[in-house]
Design a protein around this ligand. Sequence first.
Ligand code: ADP
Length: 374
Amino acid sequence: ASSNGRNGAAKSLGVRRGVRGNFVPPVRFNGGSTSGAAAAPRQQHGGENGVEDSTKKCLELLVGPDGELPERLRNLEPKLIEHVSNEIMEQDPNVRWDDIAGLEHAKKCVTEMVIWPLLRPDIFQGCRAPGKGLLLFGPPGTGKTMIGKAIAGEARATFFSISASSLTSKWIGEGEKLVRALFGVASCRQPAVIFIDEVDSLLSQRKAEGEHESSRRLKTQFLIEMEGCGSGTEQILLIGATNRPQELDEAARRRLSKRLYIPLPSAAARAWIVRSLLNKDGLMTLSDDEVETICTRTDGYSGSDMKNLVKEASMGPLREALTQGKDISKISNDEMRSISLQDFMSALQQVRASVSQHELGLYEDWNKQFGSLA
Ligand code: ADP
């Protein structure tokens, strides 16, 4: 999708153009320093002011109708803004509600709390003003990231996705600035959804001994930005996802005011995942009874465990054909038998449930204490 896709072509209007349509940077680059940014994802030819062409293109899309870069972006290093635009912002996450199995409760809450307000900000004011932040918590591989992407898709919002652990590890010392760039770019790209995976690693209540000054500053900056987003007329929704909700402190819980438990898939949802993955590849030849057998044998499997199971099972026919002497460089799909229940039974030996009963109990306890219950 081009940057003029569903999400905000209007934001690129107002760019000043020179004769013959060449872009004239209307932006003050504050000395044009591109050094020091931990992220210089790729080197491109340098342009005027020492600002590379790729960076200029990103800035071009962010200038306002007055031809200036918005105030809050002006003091940030162009490279950081570029990193947010290129690596963190996704043009079209390409996930819809219909791609997500089960989770009806979560979908209903999210539609009301997030999608309607993003679509109709005029109605969702005052008493109906939506919460600022949403927390999706639960075992890994249950669809939290998918929900984040689907929200952006359904609400026709720009989607920003970043893992909090990359902020704390990869961006040592730079994380705070990156957070400012992230929220700054999001404010130029409204409506926007900012999805923070592993949010616990950023907003943990653990006072790590010798907690670095920089990570403390990062956390503070993040909380400040969160406080600001969604206030006034800003249409930025923050979604945090975590497999370790117990780690979140009180300040984080307060800001992520809606907290939805994303549980393991039900048997029906597991069946749906198996069917849809096989159908997608034209490989669905199992009977209803066989699918049901798979479902009864996969109690406790997450959505991503199910995906791995299907992958493993789908290798059965290929492995068999190869042991029968077929040549991997020449074999075609017609030379393989269809996937059978037996393939799934063998795959079950390889792919086990990744979440333990004990862990599930902890999620349920936390949900009772802090979750937004049905
Ligand atoms: P997490 O909860 O860890 O964010 P993801 O949303 O990244 O999990 O899911 C990982 C993968 O598992 C997805 O790409 C998808 O293939 C599969 N999956 C997980 N949950 C579901 C679901 N409810 N419906 C369909 N697929 C799912």
